[in-house]
Every structure is written in structure tokens, then in C-alpha cells.
Design a protein around this ligand. Sequence first.
Ligand code: ANZ
Length: 888
Amino acid sequence: MPDRYEPSQFESKWQERWKQADLFATREEPGRPKFYGMDFFPYPSGAGLSVGHCRNYVPTDVLCRMKFMQGYNVLHPMGFDSFGLPAENEAIKNKTHPAPMIERYAANYRRQMELVGISYDWSRSFSSADPDYYKWTQWIFEVLHERGLAYRKQAAVNWDPVDKTVLADEEIIGGRAERSGALVEKKWIPQWYFKITEYAQQLIDDLDTLDWPEGIKAQQRNWIGKSEGVQFRLDVAGTGDSDGKFDLDNHNTPAKKLSFEVFTTRIDTLFGVAFCVLAPEHALVEDLIKIVPAENQADVREYQEAAKRLSDTDRTATNREKTGVFTGAYAINPGNGQKVPIWLADYVLATYGTGAIMAVPAHDERDYEFALKFGIPVIPVIAPAEGKIPEGCYAAKDGVMVNSGEYTGLSVAEGQFALARWMEGLGIGKAITQYKLRDWLTSRQRYWGCPIPVIHSADGDEQLVPVQDLPVLLPDVDSYEPSGDGSSPLAHIPEFVNVTDRDGKLGRRETDTMSGFACSSWYFLRFCDPHNPKEAWNLDRANYWMPVDCYVGGAEHAVMHLLYARFWTKVLNDAGLIQVREPFARLQNQGQVLAYTPYRQPRDGETLGVGEDGILVSFAEADAMKARGEGNQLFYKWVRMSKSKGNVVTPDEAKATFGADALRMYLLFVAPFSADVQWSNEGMMGMTRFLSKVFKLATDLKPFWAADWREHIPFEAMDPLGKEARRLTHFTIKTSTADIDSFGFNTYVSGLMKYVNGISDVLAKADPSNRAHALALSEALETLPLLLSPGAPHSADEIWEGILQKPGFVFRQDWPTHEEALAAADVVTVAVQVNGKLRDTLEFPAGTSNEELEAGALASAKVQTHLEGKSIRKVIVIPNKLVNLVAS
Ligand code: ANZ
């Protein structure tokens, strides 16, 4: 048994033995508490895993391993999110079929996960592209459909002319498709939606019940975007007049009354309305255009055309100069009867509120910019409670109403209340709540997805495929490239499309597939009962395991996946199909792994892209440049490890060079869990040295080993050295447990390091013939692999069997518990600072009160010399650690 960490000697051996013993099979023993720990559903890419992925999987594994040892029934599953665009695009590129390709990639992921010793129960694994799985995705679609939550409508969708597919808003960045980089166009086709808007309020409210990072909750709240305001009607001047005439010049079109609704969060500014704006696509424009002068008509048409070419993101970018066009028509402000011009402007979106606004340049920045540009008057109607009306735009909500008729003098809140009531009384408006959230566009005109289980009957109605006929199988075809006409490739397969409907007539099968987000909105339920052929899940099994107690993955999924999964869970709960209303009780986001990556200066004639400061080069190229003496053109940056940057370190390499446990412990130790990590080989070396130290300590402790220590401890004649060993052990049990629970993995590892050092110090002074030393150090020797095992499970088993000569796996042992009295230090050393500078260190009994610490610090002669002539202004005390006296 070497007294060093030699991973090649034992890591693969243990992995093999774990597999043979089926060590990680999910335990469902009655009487135990449950723990469901899960990582985000990965899409298996051809590039395989990098050590960056391991920063997601290893910490979850540590937590799950500890929970199992603590006696929990643990569900720790892994599966593959196989459907979707990335897989399909990769398959097209490689000229292969996505199904076998993805299966190969998934197998490689699994191999790599096993390589680093992740304790997944593989018997529960599945892929979202398995018919046994997507059958139930289709079934849930039908549940939604039956509840009126899945519907189809004609919609102007974002069209990616390169990938030839429709995109969700979230897939567009700066007007371009996130994946292909193509400029996004608009196209009208029928699309399937899930009515997530129906759950907007609940999705906000229930965030309060979740133990999630505040930042993610805030992003969800913003995304849902709740606004409280008033929606009211404005009439178009001159329409609906009794004499049938308009008061617009040159016009005498028959008098049809025209009006439009606006939504405002600031009805208190009603008397400051200087103009109104309609979105260029607003339906009223078609009527307005008939009653306005010819030159306005032409302007309006031209402006509408220009607006079509812009995405919503571009239109609302705050740094973009405002554009707009006067329609030639006027609206009447119901507050004061004044006529205000109606403009078209693209900063007003057709898809939010009513697609029309009352514009108040004195109190809204966007309107202010617009008014300045087009010479529209600015009419202040809100003044700060004190001081005079500021120049420009005063957007603050605190103040009183001025120039507002009978409402003058009311506060903003009072004015909002009064005006809303007044409009309600008049029947022209009412207080409403608006959400920015839009329904979830789910259909994709692509092959590689879960088919939507609908038949369009001969009579034109929508029929759900009967449950007994599910799944609607994705046909196995050679050619599945996008058809390019906007329809799914499935639409060109007659055997798929032609079906008999419920009445035996020839119908047409729906050919859109669901977006991958549908597949990942319920997989956590399937893991509870993964191979059930009769149901999506057995209710008891799902109710037992749900909710996921800890869900771990990247912060980039803050909105879509996490929101959609919450929505489906709520619907399934409403349908009585699951007890929980929220799927993920606790969420943790890991930091990214960054690699030090070479770039070079651009050469003559080379141009850099926006925001770039150099040209990425491969490591080989960088070496070649150095060899050619061109090293001065190189510079290095810390960037996210990814295949596209050519800077990936694979777990395979890391294991081969340093060992799996070293990799695990390094990833845990190198930075707080949620912080980004700068990958370093030196850091990995450091971790192999630490693990060697663990083996050395265990070997050196062996002469003290008393297998029966548990029966004889505590020993009355425990001397200070023995007591110190026990204190270190119990203290480390306490902190390791708390650290792992709270995702403090870096302090878990640093705590183990301190423990190893502390016990080594004790050992150096201990006497093998002293019974008390033998007992206390035996406790330490047995505790060491137990505490080590979540982080470095291979080493733990090796020490357990090789040094302690104990049977079985550490994973199956009980997690140690600490005794509070033993864990507490008798005496603590407290630093005393004056104005932040260390002036003395004092010893106190552990747990001394803040007041006594302060008194003790003030009594120190060294401290007093630094306080002379000064008076103390503040005292900061950190119990057991520090007293800082702030004096001047
Ligand atoms: C008048 C006003 C005066 C407004 C004022 C604000 C300040 P949130 O809070 O994001 O919901 N608005 C309404 N519909 C819009 C649309 N389709 N496109 C662009 N802007 C729209 O914003 C609500 C406010 O955004 C509304 O209140 C409206 O401007 C504008 F001093 O009405 B406000």
C-alpha cells in the first residue's frame, strides 16, 4: 500500500467494483428521508465533456454522496436532452442521422462521467428522443391541449433564413439568430403555443417559496414583467361626428367612429399627454390611412415597411435614435378634451399592452427624446414635492400633480387612484395588470423533435391522437433537412402526413415538432419512475421523490428552461397529476471554468469583429509562433473553456495526468462554487500533493490503529494531545457537513487540509503506547476516509480497505456526526486591531461574549498605547476571532 496518491493503481479498479456492486442503485427503503439531487439535463455534444462540465456534476455528486451516507434515500439520475436543433444541425453537418449519432455521444458522456466517479444511477437513464419517453411528452401536450393551454394561431414569427427555422424571441440576440448569426426576418405561419401567460402571476408569486439565487429570481420576475396601470380608450378627433364630417382638412369620408386603447402605468400624467403613438403594425392604421391627407398616407406606408425589417430588440434598444411619422390624425385626451397628434413610431411594440400609448414627454424618457427630435411640446404635470419643476424629463414617481385641472395638488398615487376611478365611472377605461411574458412558442418546423400529436381532420378541426395510439413516431428517414419553404421536412413524407381522422376520413397529421424545452420541462418527473410502460409516472413514486431538493446547473438557463418547467409542473398539479406546484426547491448555479487562451494581434489587412481585441489561435499555433520568434504578437486571455475556443481540457486528460480524485478535489477547492475558475495545471499538481499527504497521514496513523476504539472512547485519562485530536476530528465533521450542505465546497476541502495538518501535528508528538493517543488517533484515522469520500471517493475506498482493512465501500458507511462539546475549541486566539491594524493577540475561552471580548481588548496595554489621546467611535467584534476598535 503506497503512502502516496497513485490514482493509476486504484481509481479504475474502484470504478469497476462500484459498478459490479451496483453501488449507486437508487434506494427506496421505507422509513428513510428522501433526497433528490439533480443536474441540468445535458444535450450530448460530439465534443464530449470538458472539465468545465465536471464543475457542474462533481459538486452535486459530493452532496448526493453525503446525503446517502447520512441515511437518505437518494435519487441522483442522469439522462440526455437529445432532441433539438444543435443535434440536428450537427447531424446535417456530419451527413449522418441524428439518432445513432446522439446515442454515440451520450454513451461517450456516460463514459466520461464514470471516469470521474459520479454516482449516477444509470439504470434510471433515458434520452428525450426515446419513443418510451416522448410518448409521454406527447401525452402532456394533450393534457395541456385539453385544458386550453396548447393552441395554434397565425403569427408573425422570427424566421432564420440560414437554419430555415422559426426562432423564439429568446434565440435572437441583437436582431440575429443566436445560433446561425443570420439576420432574423418576419414570416407569417400557423404556430403552436403553450399558454404560459395564464400562469404569469403564480409564476411570480411562487418564486417567494423557492431557495434559489436571488439573481435568477429577479431575472424571472423581469422576464414575466408585471405592470400595474390603466387601459383606456381615446377617440380619434373628427370621427363619429354628428354631421359626418372630419375636422381634418380636405376630408369628408363617412363618419365611422374611430378609437384606440392605450395602456399606461402613469395615468397621473394624463394632463401632460402631448401626442399618442401607435405601433406601426397597429390595426387602426388601416382605418386612419383612409381619413388622412395623401402625403401622410405615403409617409405612413413607407414607415410601416421600414419597421417590418427590425426586430423588437432593435426597436426598443435604448441607445437607438427615435424614429417616427405623423399620421395626420389627432386623438382627444379624455382628461382635458384637447387634440393631440397621433404618430407611428417603432419604439412602441405591437405585442405589448395595446400596441398604442399616450406619450408624456415631460415624464417619460423615451417620449421626451421623441418630442425633442420632432419638436413636440413638453407639458410638465408632476412636480417634486419640494423644489421647482426640473428642466427636461422628470420621470420620478414622487411628486404632486400640477396643471391637472381638478386633480392638481394630488400625489402621484392619489392621482392614479382618482383617475382610474373616474375612467371606470365613465366606462372608457379601467385599472389592469399587464405582463411582458408572451405565450411560449413551441412548434418547430424541424425534423429532430417530438412530433405534436394532432390530426387536422378533413373537416378542418383539430383532433388529438388517442392516447392508446401514442407515441406518434418520428419516421425514420434518410433526408430530414429543413424543407426551406417554412414547413417541416415531415410535411414532405406522405406516409407520415396522410392519416385517417376520427371519422375515418383522410386527415392530415400535424408536421411541426415541439421545441426541446418541452422535453426538458418534465424529465425530473420521469426519473422518479423512468421505465413505466403504462404511465408517464406512478403518482406515488413521483409524489415520494418530488420536488427536486437540489437542482444544479448553469445560470444561462435562468429564464426559459426554469420557467417552462415551473409552468408545466403547475399545469400538471392543476390536472391532479402531481402533488407539487414547484419542481425545484433549491437551485444552485456553478461558475464557469476559464482557460488561459492564446490570441494574436491582427496582421496587416486583418480586421477584428465588434468587441474583439485579437485573433484566437490554437495552442499549437501559439507554440509555432513562439518558435518563429513571433511571441511578441501573442497575448493570453481567460475565456470560457469551449470547443469553439480550442481550449478544452477533457476529464480524460485530467484523469490520465493527475487522477480523477485530484480533478474532483481541485474543482471543489479552487474557488467558491458559484465563482468562475481559472484552470491551472499547477493547481492540479497541488491537489495531487494534498491527496498524497492524506495517504501518508493514513499510513503513519496505522501504528496507532485500535479497531475497537469506538467501544473505549472517551477515555478518562485523555491528555491535552488526545483532546486536541478529538477536537480536530469533531470540529472537521461539523464544518464538512455544514459546508457540503451549503455548497461551501471550497471550504470543505480547505477544512480537510487543515484537518490533515492538525492531525499530522498531533501525530508528531503522540506516543503509540499511550492508550488515549491511540484511541483519539484511531477515531481520526477512521473519520478521515469518511469525510474524504464525497470529494475523493476512490482514495477513500482505497484507504478504507488498504489501510484500515475494513470491508465494504465507504459510500455504504454512516456519515460521522460530531459532538458539539468536543468540536468547540477550549481557547480561541482573538486578534485586536486599532483602526484595522493588528496591535495584539489575546486568548479567551471559546464562546466569550462580545462585551467581554471588547473589555479584554481595551484592557490590553499594547492596545492602550495606540488609543492614547483618541476616543473610540465604533467597535466591531467577530466572536472568537476579532475585535476592531475604530478611534480618532
Ligand atoms: C404614459 C407614461 C407616462 C408612461 C410616463 C410611462 C411614464 P412597463 O412599466 O414596462 O409596463 N408602453 C405601453 N405600451 C407600450 C408598448 N406597446 N410599447 C412601448 N411602450 C409602451 O411600461 C409601461 C409604459 O410603457 C406605459 O406607461 C407606456 O408609457 C409605455 F410618465 O404611458 B406610459
